[in-house]
Design a binder for this molecule. Structure first.
Ligand code: ATR
Length: 277
């Protein structure tokens, strides 16, 4: 029997993961299957049962998506440092009945920005909007990329402050509210990691944060020209991107972790790209 992998979420019909991993497997000639599983929402421990059944049936690894990232974190036997800071898991590997958990969202994002968009972050000014799970997942990889400073802006400033305190003195990290951004000058990279775009809303970010030579990155994928990207474009930003590259790169990280071979991503990103306008 070939090696079995899956993505678990609910709803799961929209997932691109089986397509992406199927293409990776074909490209790297791995004998494996990768399917989508709709995880049960009720009762609370039914998710754990579904994962354990998959393991008992020979499953080698799983990706985890909403709303189970915290549940997967709780049931893991071992967690990477970045998964621990995120408090959330997006990939698991099963070794002798033990669940080892990772979070590749942040590394996938950094890889997309630095390799695909060719915007090295070292020495740059980075602004991150939001202080939820997506930001917690991205923070350690962002710090590792050594920007000159990282500012985290959130409506509820306390949440951003708590995150900065949790990470400690590593890197130059600051938390603030949106109003304070007016006096903070321009940033080379502005990442919208709020969930505002999912509902068509705009975080109250002042246009003065954008720099024409910089990059505006929308974490959401396939939402077209979101209000955030529209604002960035009006502010004259040349480089605007959505999360398609991050989606494929986090998948590539998981694939390399599981299979020991790194797939090429460019053609798959192109295939999945939904034009911004
Ligand atoms: P995720 O896991 O996707 O990060 P989350 O943990 O629910 O989701 O966090 C959502 C983030 O989007 C939060 O930072 C939230 O801001 P608050 O903490 O101040 O609520 C932010 N957010 C959601 N809608 C927003 C909006 N319309 N404008 C600005 N920020 C918004």
């Amino acid at each position: 029997m070939n090696d079995r992998y899956a993505v678990i979420g609910n709803p799961i019909g929209h997932t691109k993961s089986p397509l992406i991993h199927g293409l990776f497997a074909e490209q790297t000639q791995q004998d494996m299957t990768y399917v989508a599983i709709e995880g049960p929402l009720e009762p609370a421990d039914a998710f754990d049962d579904t994962v354990r059944t998959f393991i008992a049936e020979g499953g080698k690894g799983m990706n985890v998506t909403a709303p189970f990232k915290l549940r997967a974190f709780a049931m893991a036997d071992e967690r990477s440092e970045r998964a621990s800071l995120a408090g959330a898991v997006n990939a698991m590997t099963f070794e002798n009945g033990r669940i080892v958990a990772e979070n590749f969202d942040g590394v996938g994002l950094v890889r997309d920005i630095e390799s695909n968009l060719q915007q090295p972050m070292a020495g740059k000014r980075v602004l991150v909007l939001g202080a939820g799970g997506a930001v917690r997942g991205a923070l350690l990889p962002f710090i590792a990329a050594r920007p000159a400073d990282i500012v985290i802006a959130n409506r509820h400033v306390d949440k951003a402050r708590a995150l900065v305190e949790q990470v400690g003195a590593e890197g130059s990290l600051t938390a603030c509210g949106y109003a304070e951004l007016e006096s903070m000058g321009q940033f080379d990279l502005v990442v919208n990691a709020t969930s505002a775009s999912l509902t068509g809303h705009l975080p109250p970010v002042p246009p003065s944060v954008f720099s024409a030579n910089g990059t505006a990155y929308e974490l959401a994928y396939g939402k077209g020209l979101t209000p955030f990207l529209r604002l960035a474009r009006h502010a004259g930003v040349q480089g605007i991107a959505d999360g398609v590259g991050m989606l494929v790169e986090q998948a590539a990280e998981a694939f390399a972790w599981w299979r020991g071979v790194r797939p090429r991503t460019r053609a798959i990103i192109d295939q999945l790209t939904v034009p911004l306008d």
